[in-house]
Design a protein around this ligand. Structure first.
Ligand SMILES: [Zn+2]
Ligand SMILES: [Zn+2]
Length: 343
């Protein structure tokens, strides 16, 4: 779960972040990116400087730059709450990249907020209605696309909470948001297995191409394989396969290639452990070649799923269908010319 928190001064964002941080959320703030920038430049932190530096960073790196820098630090296995979202482009960037991102907008009446800010007593905070309005006037909206635009952020909120009646009520409302499971998402099976296949591919020792395959049965992984030279022989990247190391043109000198394919290795890996792949699904990051296609059919696999970028050869496709296998290419369709996709 990744929750963004936005709202005007004194609305209760800090309380919301603290509540979530006590419930397994890692608290991050877009302001931390600006603080890091000030520290790197050896400057002290003041509110003016924070606003100016934030605007300067957005002007130089695009309006979503703070969110993008923060996203690069986030890990996929954690819940996060992100504070200090002040520009609609930040919301768009977080929504596009962070799985299950939801934006909470927290608001309260102006005079309530002034009382809270006075009580908080943080240097530089506005403590009268006039100074609050003057400060917020600059932040709510601007013709400068790099400046803060809180009103536009509010429009993008998935949930809007009023926080006029105290912290107990705020906590109850936040508890409701969590209980709704509103922000909870996880990858579907195809994405899950294919992303693991991509990780498997990263172990490949072949200098020409990295391919990974995962065989799943009843939605459990029973085997994996990546391409490379056979067990106990010199790795392709250490000169083990002369054909790969001469970077032969795709489709030529295939009979000299010493590298096994990812799909082939997933099937032989199962054989190595005496596990039947019959009735299973093979996920491959690349389209199976004709040899692998024949092995897939004869090993008894029931389904072939391969990743978006590569077209499966007509002969392989026809053979798989004739043998009664399900064949699916994950989203995207053919983007590469078949002539350039070959081994
Ligand atoms: Zn190789
Ligand atoms: Zn193959």
């Amino acid at each position: 779960m990744i929750l963004g928190v936005a709202g005007p001064y004194g609305a209760g964002k800090g309380e919301a972040v603290a509540f979530l941080a006590a419930r397994s959320f890692y608290a991050l703030s877009l302001s931390d990116v600006i603080r890091d920038e000030l520290r790197e430049r050896g400057l002290d932190e003041t509110r003016e400087r924070m606003i100016e530096t934030g605007n300067a960073l957005r002007a130089a790196g695009g309006p979503a730059v703070l969110a993008e820098r923060l996203l690069s630090r986030m890990l996929p296995d954690r819940n996060y709450v992100i504070d200090s979202i002040r520009h609609p482009a930040e919301v768009t960037a977080l929504r596009a990249t962070a799985r299950g991102f939801r934006l909470l907008w927290i608001d309260a009446a102006e005079d309530t907020r002034v009382v809270r800010l006075r009580r908080r007593g943080r240097g530089g905070d506005p403590t009268t209605l006039e100074t609050l309005r003057a400060l917020e006037g600059r932040e709510l909206g601007s013709d400068d696309p790099a400046a803060q635009q809180l009103l536009a952020v509010r429009e993008l909120a998935d949930v809007r909470l009023r926080n006029d009646s105290g912290i107990t009520d705020l906590h109850a409302r936040l508890q409701e948001v969590l209980a709704q499971g509103l922000a909870f998402e996880r990858p579907g099976w195809d994405e899950y297995f294919m992303s693991i296949a991509r990780m498997v591919a990263s172990r490949s020792n072949c200098v020409k191409r990295k391919v990974g395959a995962v065989i799943a049965r009843d939605r459990r992984i029973i085997s994996t394989g990546y391409n490379g030279t056979p067990r106990g022989t010199r790795n392709c990247n250490e000169g083990g396969c002369p054909r790969c190391n001469s970077f032969a043109e795709g489709g030529t000198r295939l009979d000299e290639c010493l590298c096994s394919h990812g799909e082939e290795n997933a099937i032989t890996q199962a054989a190595y452990h005496g596990v039947s792949v019959r009735g299973g699904t093979i996920y491959s990051t690349f389209c199976p070649c004709l040899t692998c296609t024949k092995m897939i059919i004869n090993a008894g696999l029931a389904e072939v799923v391969w990743s978006a970028d590569y077209p499966l050869g007509e002969v392989s496709l026809g053979l798989l269908r004739e043998a009664g296998l399900e064949v699916r290419q994950l989203d995207g369709g053919s983007r590469l010319d078949p002539g350039r996709g070959g081994w």
